[in-house]
Design a protein around this ligand. Structure first.
Ligand SMILES: *Cc1c(COP(=O)(O)O)cnc(C)c1O
Length: 352
């Protein structure tokens, strides 16, 4: 049966990415050696990481003065690495859900955190004041668990940093507004294991604290992400995804596809009497679409999951902190999968 992969992460990747990675695992760049077994200092791999950085910069239109890093440790290590490198005394964190909270917990190790929080996590806080003496502000642009998103590149008058784990490449970004953008690759770019960091070079070196070598951005900027052995297989896969994005019209092309898929699904959620969306309409994510059974139909939840599974629809069970359903419609999810989910929702409505 054809599978429709709505998992939140690790998540769907283009078929071409999987195929090319398998092929490189057997014979990498005509070397007769597996990608898994070749020196990261070989010319062949050096070409991969350089091309991945160049294409990353091209696709996101990254200006001069920024570096693109491929590191280990996941976005979760960035929660600590970022304040370690950037916080002198005080930083502002916009708390929009589970991942923001984890970032805040780490930041508090390094200084004072001014927290900006909505009443609950079904919308994004708006029109708040930012203290101008803070070292930076941190946002989570897409809230993978609650299904809300920020679509604007703000100018708060202090350096802006963002966790873009789950929405990178889903829209054009004005990079010049940001000091640091980071994310785990396993939502929209590659298998788990690599973390991307886009960093403005002049933001580092502002604190006096001693930073362990591996947690110092300077180390990785200087060594082009090759201070130690980088996650070679996910970096290779990331390059293939970047090529896929380019082929599909760049971020503008991908954004169009993602907006269209999300609109189709939200329209059905709003139309179908059995389901309701869980977040404020203006803050709806186009990557993670959360919905629940309407109050009158709460008892039908398991029935819908069963029907979905019977159609090959995988990974739509909501996160345990929200319940209901979450359909992750990442960049490379085929439109056909969204159509199948909508068809299944209509069929379930007819039966009930
Ligand atoms: C998944 C996710 C993370 C955690 O990423 P890891 O790479 O597993 O550490 C952090 N932030 C957001 C927004 C995420 O979606």
């Amino acid at each position: 049966m054809k599978k429709h992969n709505f998992y939140a992460g690790p998540a769907v990747l283009p078929n071409s990415v999987i195929d090319k990675t398998i092929s490189a695992l057997k014979n990498f760049a005509g070397t007769g050696i597996s990608l898994a077994c070749i020196s990261h200092r070989s010319k062949e791999f050096d070409d991969v990481i350089n091309e991945a950085q160049d294409l990353f910069k091209e696709i996101l239109n990254i200006p001069e003065g920024y570096s693109v890093l491929f590191l280990g440790g996941g976005a979760s290590t960035q929660f600590a690495m970022l304040p370690y490198n950037l916080m002198k005394k005080k930083a502002v964190y916009v708390n929009t859900g589970t991942w923001s909270k984890k970032a805040i917990k780490e930041a508090k190790i390094f200084g004072e955190v001014v927290e900006i929080k909505a009443d609950d996590f079904t919308s994004i806080p708006k029109n708040y004041k930012v203290p101008k003496d803070a070292d930076y502000i941190h946002i989570t642009s897409n809230n993978t668990i609650f299904g809300t998103a920020i679509f604007e590149d703000f100018d708060f008058g202090i350096p802006l940093t963002a966790d873009m784990s789950s929405d990178i490449f889903s829209r054009p970004i004005d990079i010049s507004k940001y000091a640091v953008i980071y994310g785990g690759a396993q939502k929209n770019m590659a298998p788990a294991g690599v973390t991307f960091v886009i960093i403005r070079n002049d933001i580092i070196g502002k604190t006096d604290r001693k930073i362990p070598t591996m947690l110092d951005y300077k180390t990785h900027i200087k060594k082009n992400s090759m201070f130690n052995t980088p996650p070679v297989i996910p970096i290779f896969a990331a390059l293939q995804t970047l090529k896929w994005i380019k082929k599909h019209g760049g971020v503008e092309g991908v954004q169009k596809m993602s907006q269209e898929k999300a609109k189709m699904l939200y329209d059905e959620i709003d139309r179908n009497k059995l389901f309701v969306g869980t977040v404020a309409k203006e803050d709806r994510s186009i990557m993670n679409i959360c919905f629940v059974m309407a109050d009158k139909y709460k008892n039908l939840e398991d029935g819908f999951l069963e029907l979905a599974i019977s159609k090959g629809i995988t990974g739509i069970k909501g996160h345990r902190s929200v319940g209901g359903f979450r359909a992750s419609t990442y960049n490379s999810l085929p439109k056909e999968s969204v159509k199948e989910l909508i068809k299944t929702m209509k069929e379930f409505e007819q039966k009930n």
